[in-house]
Design a protein around this ligand. Structure first.
Ligand code: SAH
Length: 215
């Protein structure tokens, strides 16, 4: 399932990410441990350890490894922190957060992806809390969260997510109206929200639920 060849390709990818500027050792080690080839479609297995986004079901993508590493580094995840991810997708980013020892909650809009990710993550022994629904509403039952990570591009940060961010917490989201988004980091200090802007990225959009589907 995870051959020495695949482990070797993964090591090369991790070295490449390091050269591109990822410094956090814990993040690099998590990337070394999670078998990304098991989260991509069988057709793309040979490309799993290239630093690129790949198509998954429902016209979505598994993010580029550099983007996953960059967002995770910005999030500053540590053991025991409650992390909410919006956009479970393939489940790969979710596995990385689990490897970092976080208590992970992840919401996905597409039922097929939610089900596939649940099966995959369970098979691999990860135990996140997963939910099928509109992540723009966060997950009020388990709020507040120490960290919130949005993995789809959005013109603005959904207010419910800011409401569910704990005091001292950090939120990372790609924000922008066009095809590109600026990576935004929000830190909550009491009722104050501090905003920092980082590099440009390109994500699939954070969407509204299809009105024909009901939960
Ligand atoms: N983190 C994922 C990347 C997935 S791409 C991974 O590691 O593979 C973004 C995901 O966000 C897609 O799966 C898409 O279906 C989902 N998404 C889009 N709008 C959403 C919404 N409103 N609520 C929850 N998920 C959403």
């Amino acid at each position: 399932m995870d051959s020495p060849r695949q482990q070797g390709l993964r090591r090369k990818l991790v070295q490449q990410l390091q050269r591109k500027g990822i410094r956090d050792q814990a993040v690099l080690e998590a990337l070394q441990r999670v078998p990304r080839h098991l989260f991509v479609e069988p057709t793309f297995v040979e490309l799993a350890y290239e630093d690129r986004a790949l198509p998954i079901a429902c016209d979505q993508t598994i993010s580029q490894p550099y983007t996953v590493a960059y967002q995770t580094e910005l999030l500053q995840v540590g053991p025991g922190l409650k992390v909410l991810e919006i956009g479970t997708g393939s489940g790969y980013q979710c596995a990385i957060l689990c490897e970092l020892g976080a208590e992970v909650y992840s919401v996905e809009l597409e039922r097929t992806l939610y089900e596939q990710a649940r099966e995959k993550l369970t098979q691999l022994g990860y135990r996140p809390f997963l939910r099928w629904g509109d992540g723009r509403l966060g997950w009020p039952t388990y709020a507040p969260f120490d960290r919130i990570l949005v993995t789809a591009g959005t013109p603005e940060i959904p207010p419910a997510l800011l409401d569910q961010l704990a005091d001292g917490g950090r939120l990372v989201a790609p924000v922008g109206k066009g095809p590109n988004q600026t990576m935004v980091v929000i830190t909550r200090q009491g009722s104050q929200l501090l905003r920092e802007e980082k590099g440009l990225f390109r994500f699939v959009p954070l969407r509204s639920p299809d009105p024909r589907q009901t939960e």
